[in-house]
Design a protein around this ligand. Structure first.
Ligand code: PMP
Ligand code: GLN
Length: 375
């Protein structure tokens, strides 16, 4: 008896495995391939010898919680209580899963916006909830008419991923205002803001739920140090939520993982004092610009990328194949791995789109673009 009969292996595992099998350049799964910041490595080698290797407190190492509160106030001008409104999680993945399993029970509806990140639907199903999948518009902006129509008396939660994976779209102030207007009529609906790419936006600054007082009392925000600090393998992130919601989340978290690995918490706590998030955003902007420049004469049509480290492209001028088949062909014949977009839709909408991750060294981007330009 399966709780998830329709769910197969995650597209990220499938594509990274294929990339390895065919020794292709892996622009599929989203992870950087450049070295971590030396300062982070230096803190790590110093702290590894210290007595910090036993269980961390359940919600997280207090100094790290304090730094997150400090950083949240610095960036978003929002004061949060570090001991009652933050929890450290094993990546945003666990934060999202725990949030959903804290608040969603049998029959509760959760609205997610397609193309939607692959962990949302299974997490909702495990909790016994019902995913209500609402497509974004063709240009990947939110369709508030559709969102409003999807809300019923059973709707418990709406998940908003901004900046958006896989499309690279960023929500505007008007988007938030429209959401606020709708939700005024539905006080029973909670929000989960998946903001793992909060530090990676280009043309306009990221608007966080942290800065929306009308919504904040019903919002849980998920973030990821893996994404923000290029240590995806450390699997460390956090949730921010009002104390009464966080209290419930902690009840589930303590029996799911109890606490998250202590070493990375101590390292990140020190590193947060040094890290320059603006520089990280600029570094990704340069990579985006380089990749776009290198690809401009290719037969792939590049869509705007406003945030995240993903570039989506349309390949209709090259092939009429389904995107999953074309992505496999790209690995096997051209040695470059990408992510097909149809897998993020419940109805597998296929608009011949692929996602390339540009969180890579310049050398990798040049090598990949050379291959892609030959197609
Ligand atoms: N949400 C989105 C939109 C993501 O792209 C990812 C992948 N980083 C996650 C959540 C999960 O983050 P983590 O690796 O910290 O679990
Ligand atoms: N978030 C990463 C991506 O979008 C993948 C994370 C994972 O492999 N689960 O590529």
């Amino acid at each position: 008896m399966s709780k998830l009969p329709q769910i197969t292996t995650s597209i990220f595992s499938v594509m990274s495995q294929l990339a390895n099998d065919y020794q292709a350049i892996n622009l599929s799964q989203g992870f950087p391939n450049f070295p971590e910041d030396n300062q982070l490595l230096e803190i790590s080698s110093r702290l590894i010898k210290q007595n910090i290797h036993q269980y961390a407190p359940m919600a997280g190492v207090p100094s790290l919680l304090e730094k997150i509160a400090w950083q949240t106030e610095k960036k978003y001008n929002r004061k949060i209580n570090f001991s009652s409104e933050i929890i450290i999680t094993a990546g945003a993945t666990q934060g999202i899963f725990t949030t959903i399993n804290t608040f969603i029970s049998n029959g509760d509806e959760v609205v997610i916006l397609d193309p939607s990140y692959d962990s949302y639907e299974p997490s909702i199903l495990v909790a016994g909830g019902k995913p209500i999948r609402v497509s974004l518009r063709e240009d990947y902006t939110p369709d508030f008419n559709k969102i409003e129509k999807a809300i019923t008396s059973k709707t418990k939660l709406i998940i908003i991923n901004n900046p958006h994976n896989p499309t690279g779209k960023v929500w505007t102030k008007t988007d938030f205002e429209q959401l606020e207007t709708i939700l005024e009529k539905h006080p029973h609906v909670m929000l989960l803001g998946d903001e793992v790419y909060e530090y990676i936006t280009f043309s306009q600054p990221h608007i966080s739920f942290n800065t929306r007082p009308k919504l904040i009392d019903r919002t849980i925000i998920a973030s990821s140090f893996g994404k923000s600090l290029h240590v995806t393998g450390w699997k460390i992130g956090y949730l921010i939520a009002p104390a009464q919601l966080m209290n419930e989340i902690k009840k589930v978290h303590q029996f799911q993982v109890f606490s998250v690995n202590s070493f990375s918490q101590h390292v990140i706590s020190e590193y947060l004092e040094l890290v320059d998030f603006e520089a990280i955003s600029k570094m990704y902007q340069q990579k985006r610009n380089l990749f776009q420049e290198l690809m401009k004469d290719s037969k792939f049509d590049l869509l705007p990328c406003e945030g995240t480290y993903f570039q989506i492209v349309n390949y209709s001028r090259i092939s009429t194949k389904k995107d999953l088949d074309f992505a496999k062909e790209l690995i096997q014949k051209h040695s470059v791995a990408a992510i097909p977009i149809s897998v993020f839709y419940s109805d597998h909408t296929d608009r011949h789109m692929l996602r390339f991750c540009f969180a890579k060294t310049e050398e990798t981007l040049y090598a990949a673009a050379e291959k892609l330009n030959k197609i």
